[in-house]
Design a protein around this ligand. Structure first.
Ligand SMILES: Nc1ncnc2c1ncn2[C@@H]1O[C@H](COP(=O)(O)OP(=O)(O)OP(=O)(O)O)[C@@H](O)[C@H]1O
Ligand SMILES: [Mg+2]
Length: 281
């Protein structure tokens, strides 16, 4: 389907489905109040192999809840969420997470942080292969020379690179990124967006990425799922038909589709944000 402003929403002709959420409803048990809180309701979303899917929506609409369910940290209340056709039961090396708040271990050096995923599960690699993988990953994110630095000796952007390196060092099939660049200044953010685009393009990775930034969503996403206010559901899925690499030259805003996409997305997100405020009032 093509909307009047040139925005397409068809999903035909994509790769193999990797993550499939069908009528997914999930939430939390509020122990103190002894009640259940539905965070997401009736979510239908398919993430295909090699696809970069971005989730946008108002604060509290359930975006983090969705990636927690895909990570295997939460179980569906109703409906299903599958990975390669099987219900997701727990965490897996195949699915890695990057968090918003530089979730790196302050008592570990850069190299020791990036090594962590190899300490929890047997990777089948020899020690020298692991060392090589870690070294390559550290240089891929531009941290060579800082291997033995501690997080407090790094800038925010550098700490976030450690988080990305740690999530990607095992070459996971699926990267789950929860506002990884949210706390960074605009310039660092653009640099890291470009670096992430390059990394995932090279590795052919599948990504589910949360952001509050419409520009970031258009810069990175193959598709953008707009989630409604809580309990969140998929309001619309928008295709971004802009060739890659989009960020190497940094001038995505000049692309002819950019303005129409931005306007359309902004309309949807504003609507939902106002709806959320209305719901609270
Ligand atoms: N551990 C938890 N226990 C109880 N309720 C929770 C928990 N985590 C989230 N919630 C509730 O679930 C709802 C969805 O939260 P979630 O963190 O998924 O939203 P979000 O879309 O990621 O928001 P934000 O954009 O602010 O990060 C919110 O109402 C929140 O209060
Ligand atoms: Mg969140």
């Amino acid at each position: 389907m093509t909307l009047s402003n040139g925005v397409t929403t068809n999903t035909a002709g994509r790769g193999t489905p990797l993550v499939v959420a069908e009528n997914l409803t999930v939430g939390y048990e509020l122990e103190r109040e002894r009640k259940l809180l539905t965070a997401l309701t009736n979510i239908n979303l398919t993430v295909h192999e090699g696809e970069f899917v971005v989730l946008v929506g108002p604060s509290g609409c359930g975006k983090t809840t969705f990636i927690n369910a895909v990570a295997g940290l939460l179980q569906p209340w109703e409906g299903t969420v599958t990975y390669q056709g099987k219900p997701i039961k727990g965490t897996s090396r195949d699915r890695s997470m990057v968090f918003q708040d530089y979730a790196v271990m302050p008592w570990r050096t850069v190299e020791q942080n990036v090594r962590m995923p190899f300490e929890f599960r047997d990777s089948g690699l020899s020690n020298s292969q692991i060392d090589e993988r870690i070294q390559t990953m550290i240089s891929d994110v531009g941290l060579q020379g800082f291997e033995h630095s501690y997080p407090h000796e790094l800038s925010g952007g550098m700490r976030q690179r450690v988080g990305i390196a740690r999530a990607m060092v095992t070459q996971p099939k699926l990267l789950l990124a929860d506002e990884p660049f949210g706390a960074l200044d605009a310039m660092t953010r653009e640099v890291l967006q470009a670096q992430l685009e390059k990394l995932v393009m090279n590795a052919g990775q599948t990504v589910v990425f949360i952001t509050h930034s419409i520009d970031e969503a258009i810069s990175l996403g193959d598709r953008i799922a707009v989630i409604s206010h809580r309990p969140g559901t998929v309001r619309e899925i928008i295709d971004v038909n802009i060739e890659r690499p989009r960020l190497a030259e940094g001038e995505i805003t000049r692309h002819p589709e950019y303005g129409a996409l931005r306007e359309h997305l902004w309309g949807l997100v504003k609507d939902e944000a106002l709806g959320a405020r209305g719901a609270v009032a």
